[in-house]
Design a protein around this ligand. Structure first.
Ligand code: AMP
Length: 554
């Protein structure tokens, strides 16, 4: 790690390490009666307060100590968003152990791989994942026991294939007088593996310091803008990148917290939003597509829901327009990645933009946004030369900051930084006001006759067509131009559009040579464990698709 020379005159402020346990202590002491409401896997709604959560998180930490889990040892979770998962967030990290959140949507072989790679000692799981646990357990020799996150009544009869413990029994045996240990703020706090489309997933190992700094930044008005007056429902899963830091930011802001459990369909979400007075949420575009469709089809409006952060994949402008114009929900575009804890940029307006006509403001809001304080970014060409911030030059996006990784867990993949900057793998422009716009993943960008074609723009245009529900653009080999764009489309239920009509819809919206060569209609797009479209799968699926018709002239 880089070390810095001491100054001859050091400041005289108290040295309090930035520890995750201090967030739950603050929340319990200053907002002790604030509610946490969870839809449980058991089906019912559970309610308690920050003070209850802190008490149980401390008991859990005591129980972990009783099980012999030491500082730095990894404890895994395989769970939905709920209060017990939140107790693990604080109980595990607060005790000095490392919370390893595992994505249950991964293939069992990948789950076994990362549990082994992390050398998890215990694995806590939600009711419903027992069959998955039974499948992976024989391949996870480091795990001493699997803990079912439920009460005794839900425990299966003894004698199953795995060593099971009961979460509520563990807590009963915990200690009310447990006090959090104080240690170096740079100690590891939690671990999340990337959803790597090629090769094995790699681990991002967050520290207490990085997590607390990220939580502060996320709560600020130019960030996610979380305040004590909000009721927040994180749809983003706690099993991937700490639900964008909301389980920390919401507690330090003192907001009411609502967890949806496994019920993430439009109807269940709508009902929970209304019943609990949710004001603010966050999730990937596909979740909002589901909720928006449900609300529009049933002629519903939200009574309290006013803002949502959309990120994890590009938010199509058509979706943002529907949220804002038809449902009165301010959609805030954000960008980040596992390696960045995850927040990098958020699209919010500056004072000078408030004078612009609404259409011009919207163009700014469509972008991925402005860097938060704590994140520095730049774009570079193939040779690493920095490119101008003019909104036109397009290059590889590089970032640095205290909540961005400097290496992967166990130094997997070797040196990752280039001159101190982390290469995001995204291709972007940055305008003169510092708003970044992603045009592609570098591995998805289409190179046609030596020129780059950004697929996100093409997908956004396609999704603005009323008959199109989802669209993905991929590059397929072409005898003359090396690669040409092909659009893969899912139409809205009951809607129809021809290939020709869809291609005509691009006329005048992009340079002629950007217009896709073909359109393929499918029933669904393949998505990975974090809900992103798997373009590598699409490229495989359409590898036999021939493009030899004359391409659009360049
Ligand atoms: P993950 O590490 O799984 O969270 O994925 C991070 C990647 O998702 C980024 O590097 C981007 O390629 C993509 N991503 C995240 N947010 C956005 C966004 N708002 N617009 C476009 N791509 C995004």
């Amino acid at each position: 790690m880089t070390s810095f020379p001491p100054s001859p005159l050091m400041g005289q402020m108290q040295h309090q390490p930035l520890l995750i346990s201090s967030i739950i202590d603050y929340a319990a002491r200053h907002y002790g009666a604030t509610e946490i409401v969870s839809r449980r896997v058991e089906g019912d709604l559970h309610r308690y307060t920050y003070a209850d959560c802190q008490r149980r998180a401390r008991r859990l930490a005591g129980a972990l100590a009783g099980l012999g889990v030491g500082m730095g040892e990894r404890v895994a979770t395989l769970a939905w968003n709920g209060y017990r998962h939140l107790e693990l967030y604080y109980g595990v990290s607060g005790s000095g152990a490392v919370l390893h959140t595992v994505n249950p949507r991964l293939h069992p072989e990948q789950i076994a791989y990362i549990v082994n790679h992390a050398e998890d000692q215990y694995l806590f799981f939600d009711l419903g994942f027992l069959p998955l646990i039974e499948a992976v357990a024989p391949h996870c020799p480091t795990v001493k026991a699997f803990v079912l996150m439920a009460g005794r009544g839900h425990m299966p009869a003894a004698g199953g294939p795995v060593r099971l413990l009961c979460y509520e029994d563990l807590l009963d045996a915990g200690d009310d007088d447990y006090t959090w240990p104080v240690f170096d703020e740079n100690a590891a706090a939690s671990l999340c593996y990337t959803s790597g489309t090629t090769g094995n997933p790699k681990g991002a190992l967050y520290s207490h310091r990085s997590t607390v700094l990220h939580a502060y930044a996320a709560a600020t008005p130019n960030g996610l803008n979380v305040s004590g007056a909000d009721t927040v429902l994180p749809v983003v899963p706690m099993f991937h990148v700490n639900a964008w830091g909301l389980p920390y930011s919401v507690l330090l802001a003192g907001a009411k917290l609502v967890f949806p459990g496994p019920a993430l369909d439009g109807k269940s979400l709508y009902e929970l939003f209304e019943a609990e007075g949710v004001t603010f949420s966050a999730g990937v575009p596909t979740v909002w597509l589901g909720l928006v469709n449900y609300a529009l089809q049933n002629g519903l409006k939200f009574s309290t829901f006013r803002r949502t952060v959309v990120g994890g994949a590009a938010c199509p402008p058509a979706l943002m327009d529907t949220l804002i114009d038809q449902l009165d929900v301010q959609a805030i575009h954000a960008w980040g990645m596992t390696e960045m804890s995850p927040l990098g940029t958020v699209s919010t307006l500056q004072a000078k933009h408030l004078r612009l006509p609404p259409g011009e403001q919207r163009k700014i809001l469509y972008k991925q946004g402005h860097a938060l304080f704590g994140v520095d970014m730049k774009i570079v060409d193939d040779d690493g030369r920095e490119l101008p911030w003019d909104g036109i030059a397009c290059g590889h996006l590089m970032v640095k900051g205290p909540w961005i990784i400097r290496a992967y867990f166990r130094d997997e993949g070797g040196e990752v930084l280039r001159d101190g900057w982390f290469p995001t793998g995204d291709v972007a422009t940055i305008d003169a006001d510092g708003y970044m716009q992603i045009t592609d993943r570098s591995k998805d960008v289409i190179k046609s006759g030596g020129e780059w074609i950004g697929t996100i723009d093409l997908e956004n245009i396609a999704m603005a067509h009323p008959a199109v529900l989802q669209a993905a653009c991929i590059g397929l080999p072409h005898p003359k131009w090396d690669e040409r764009p092909v659009l893969v489309v899912v139409t809205r239920p009951g809607a129809q559009v021809s290939r020709e009509a869809l291609l005509a819809h691009f006329q005048g919206k992009v340079a002629k040579f950007w217009i896709p060569d073909d359109v393929c209609f499918v029933d669904a797009l393949p998505t990975g464990a974090t809900g992103k479209v798997q373009k590598n799968k699409l490229r495989e699926q359409f590898s036999g698709h021939r493009l030899d018709a004359p391409a659009k002239g360049k």
